[in-house]
Design a protein around this ligand. Sequence first.
Ligand SMILES: [Zn+2]
Length: 151
Amino acid sequence: MKQKSKYQQELEKEPFYNLKEEEFGEEVKFKIDKDSFKGPFKCHGKKTGLIDKRISYGDIEFKYNVWQCKACKKEYLDFEQARKYEKFLIMKKALEDKLVTVERSMNFDGKTYFFRFPKELASNLHREDLVDIKLLSTDGRMFLVEVKHRH
Ligand SMILES: [Zn+2]
């Protein structure tokens, strides 16, 4: 049996992968090619071409690329495009205040501030993971934290 590619393994870890098309509404229609996660993809016997897409949400305009078949207009996202699009969906949810929120007490060991992940959220985390912290506000009190797999 063929081993799953690294891209496929990574992609299957993404919640995005499991979402169905209708959950995005009418604005976006695409297929993720499950066998290959790097474009250009093949459709109707031909290579798909890159096209620019835009979605706006309120005053925010989001630009991204997809691969599109010239014959049937079907759109394909590669792994990086899917990740980028997923970020937009997360931002949209954040603006609508629909994100799952966890409140934790701050801990201080005399030198360092830290907080503990709730057990329910830690099952997918590993000791060797990397924590990527993006500062969101200038007062240093708002962050975007992403736990990444170490490659
Ligand atoms: Zn096609």
